[in-house]
Design a binder for this molecule. Sequence first.
Ligand code: EPU
Length: 419
Amino acid sequence: MEKLVITGGTPLKGEVTISGAKNAAVAILPATLLINGVCKLENLPHISDVKIYCQILEKLGAKITWDGPNEITIDTRNISTTEAPLEATSKFRASYYIIGALLGRKGSVTVGMPGGCKLGARPIDQHIKGFEALGATVEVNQGKIIANVKHLKGNSIYMDITSVGATINIMLASVLADGTTIIDNAAKEPHIVDVANFLNTMGADIRGAGTDTIKINGKKELHGNSTYSIVPDQIEAGTFMVAAVASKGDILLKNCITKHLESITAKIIEVGGSVEDYGDSIRVFCNQRPSKANIKTLPYPGFPTDMQSQMGVVLAIADGTSIINESIWESRFQYTEELNKMGAHITSQGKTAFFEGVEELTGAPVYASDLRAGAALIVAGIAAKGKTEIYNLEYIDRGYENIEEKFRNLGANIERIVE
Ligand code: EPU
């Protein structure tokens, strides 16, 4: 078993380079299945979700060459099967993108029912509604999703809920469909735009990604033969920004798109932090106890649910009582029990949590309950007095590249220990 051991209390100082976005990478990798050709991906984050995805693609017949720690060449000319490995696909959420991609390329697909972090109910009815609107039959049976179609036909689809996954999945399915598909009430997250940019670079015709309405004109084939660099990770950047505030530090984040960080920047300024925006880098510093703030998580451009737990650490040590309302997931306050073990005073009721700020946190053994909860515990450990031990690192490794090295380079006393 591995654990992170942090001796907290040191303000973080220095520079950190942000990696490619996890949630873009886990959609762009399956999107390569649509290409009858070869493409190259750069700025691919070296995280366990990416490694698992590459193994799944290889099982489907893709040939992958690692050209460097963050670069691959991927040849998807010969996709030999449409049955994705069940165990691997049922372990994580983003495996559902294989459905859209293989329906588009091969008209047939079987995958395991997607797993992922336990954040409450995670239905996929909007994905299924979209595939059916494009003419596919979809069956959920014995832990598998089986979808088939002779040939997908473009259609107009109005999403009942703003869903990142369903927006991307329907976009994937419609790229090679006959005619035009229109997705209304689409999600607008930066990684949706990134997937559309990737597909367009490979030969697709997608317009309007990043707005409520996305229009996809179906193409006969995607040629590939291009290189694409994945967008910097909005949430990794936000995690370091918040860590600068919680530790009363001063960090320059390089390789980020500050436009994507606006809602996080606004909250940091509200709690008393300072932000200098340089467009592709951002400096965050703070030399006072944060003040209280209320947060409601919302789809982009609102405050991201994936930053809720990290920001919760700042509110746990803020002057005054703050409220977080989580509007996306049913169960995303499990980390508050761990923060309470470190001396925080947080009570949660359903989708609302009350943070009665304390002067400081003290180190304790704590357990990550999901990826972002794990990131929050690292931030808490760095800000706290004394020694914090963090367990369940497999969650953190799913989405953060070299996390302890990056924090160590900023002066944190953090090491990974194998027990
Ligand atoms: N929803 C439905 N039906 C659907 C799809 C979604 O009811 O068919 C509901 C969900 O239950 C949820 C809401 O719609 O209440 C939003 O879900 P969405 O589909 O947008 O989430 P997702 O695609 O499953 C992605 C990220 C999550 C992130 C959410 C929201 C990936 C692989 N995952 O999930 O990221 O929290 O969008 O922004 O892109 C993380 O990175 O830690 C993470 C959990």
